[in-house]
Design a protein around this ligand. Structure first.
Ligand code: THU
Length: 139
């Protein structure tokens, strides 16, 4: 696998180890590379008031923005157990969050703890999306 993939996978795995998921017991890690090649990572952070929980992707995007990044060039998510045959794809809300900072062709790598399961573009995950351009904003 490529070098960006390896750094994303390592960062997301590390963040996943810190997931706060006492309710679902479903730990997720995510990582993104910004336009300057910097890697940011995050985990899910649940809450006793369930709707207040935050996905790993949302944490990662917050880390990127707080760190001065403005574009997602490549993203990766890790969830699930080895051999479960499932894809831990970003939830609907997170697809929209990713779309805000990424291009339609930006790759999102969906991984299990053992490695890559599938790569999808942002446009595949969220086709016909509404975005900044609809409001006259250019990325
Ligand atoms: N979760 C994520 O953090 N990212 C995903 O891509 C899917 C789901 C979290 C939310 C919640 O803390 C737990 O996984 C179960 O839904």
């Amino acid at each position: 696998m490529s070098e960006p993939f390896d750094s994303l996978f390592a960062a997301a795995s590390q963040a996943r180890a810190h997931a706060y998921a006492p309710y679902s017991r479903f730990a997720v890690g995510a990582a993104a590379i910004d336009e300057e090649g910097r890697v940011f990572a995050g985990c899910n952070v649940e809450n006793a008031a369930y709707p207040q929980g935050q996905c790993a992707e949302a944490t990662t995007i917050g880390m990127m923005v707080a760190g001065g990044g403005s574009r997602i060039v490549e993203m990766l998510v890790i969830g699930g157990e080895p051999g479960d045959g499932l894809l831990c794809t970003p939830c609907g809300g997170c697809r929209q969050r990713i779309r805000e900072f990424a291009a339609p062709e930006t790759p999102v790598h969906i991984c299990g703890p053992e490695g890559l399961r599938r790569t999808a573009s942002v446009d595949e995950l969220l086709p016909y999306s509404f975005g900044p351009d609809n409001l006259g904003h250019r990325a």
